[in-house]
Ligand binder design. Sequence first.
Ligand SMILES: *[C@@H]1O[C@H](CO)[C@@H](O)[C@H](O)[C@H]1NC(C)=O
Ligand SMILES: *[C@@H]1O[C@H](CO)[C@@H](O)[C@H](O)[C@H]1NC(C)=O
Length: 395
Amino acid sequence: MISEARWLAVTTITLTTLSAAISISISAYIFNRKCNALKSKIHELELSLKSCSDNCASERQGRIRAQQMLRKQLTQPKSENLNLTYYPMIPIGTIHSCFSTRNGTPRQPLLVPLARACLVFNTSRVPPASLEGLAEYSHCWIIYVFHLNTNLEKLWKHPSQSGFKAKVRVPRLKGGKIGVFGTRSPHRPCPIGLTVAKVEAVQGNMILLSGVDLVDGTPVLDVKPYLPYCDSIQEAAVPNWLMEDNLLSVASVSFSEEFISSLESCWITAEKKSLYASPGEFQSLVMQVLSWDIRSLSQRNRPRDAIRKKEKGQLLCDTSDVDDEHLGETAIVHEREQNSLNSMEVVYHLILEGLDVSYRIDHDGNVIVEKVSTSAVLDNKLDSYNYLTWKDKLQ
Ligand SMILES: *[C@@H]1O[C@H](CO)[C@@H](O)[C@H](O)[C@H]1NC(C)=O
Ligand SMILES: *[C@@H]1O[C@H](CO)[C@@H](O)[C@H](O)[C@H]1NC(C)=O
């Protein structure tokens, strides 16, 4: 009995165990199936994710490749003669300056504090909101194009034909030559200029600048604020030839009676186009401009040529477009020869604000401003950029 009972018990236990085992295996089977289903789902998802990211990556690569190709296309030679590279750099504005011609335009910025210019931005390229915040700086950098360089068209030629000169004559060295990158000469392989000016006021799409060394009509590529804490270097060194001065400043500037009266009468026409408030302010500008010897090296050395022009009935010493760079070696020799010549015979002209200012300079470097008359430049000047536009902001 006992053994039967035990057998029963054993059987029961075995059956229980068996059924538990079966149920475990069934659960395990279900679990495994679920697992496999999940695994394959995960695999599916992984595959689809991979294909998505592959697509993304290849799209991105395609995009990068397209951009690279475009850039390559754009920077590929456009002419067989010249490997030209194109970048999206187009002037964004134009300078309306008191310096109507290159002659008289200061050689460096801030030398003539009263030198004013209105920088007018092209609103289709630069919305006026771009100027927000600029008025809070006292000065700004201006990057511009030397658009009046007489050798500009040569720069389109192949370097072997452009006749580009590595060295330029420097006014302070009386014609001594320096490598172009050792100077700020306008005649550079890339005719880009950099200057700094005082920000007087900002209004709409215009900036009123002062201390400018920019000629009227200069195309502007960019404007950036001047940051004294990193843009000004106290211990910066310059070559000795820049230290020896006096060569370029004059002894004195005086005005004749005729100048005062001729200015009064010119002012009636000039006023509405001028960035200056009064004849007196304009006279101060003339004073500041002429306190530097603005004559080109050749004019300083060869007043005789100017006199020859007079004989032919031309304008006396038309100084507007003489290039120091184009001066021959002979000019230096002439300097000694013409010491006997009375330099007071030569009348020089300076066109400021469309007004033609004539002056003489004696042997001791004293400038006598003789008179002023209206010039053809004045007729072409617009009256949208005048003192009245800025009056309220200047006071
Ligand atoms: C233009 O560039 C290519 C490759 O950079 C060069 O082989 C070729 O001589 C260049 N042509 C001229 C005219 O400079
Ligand atoms: C201003 O920019 C537009 C667009 O580039 C150009 O068509 C137009 O000639 C520019 N205007 C001036 C005055 O430069």
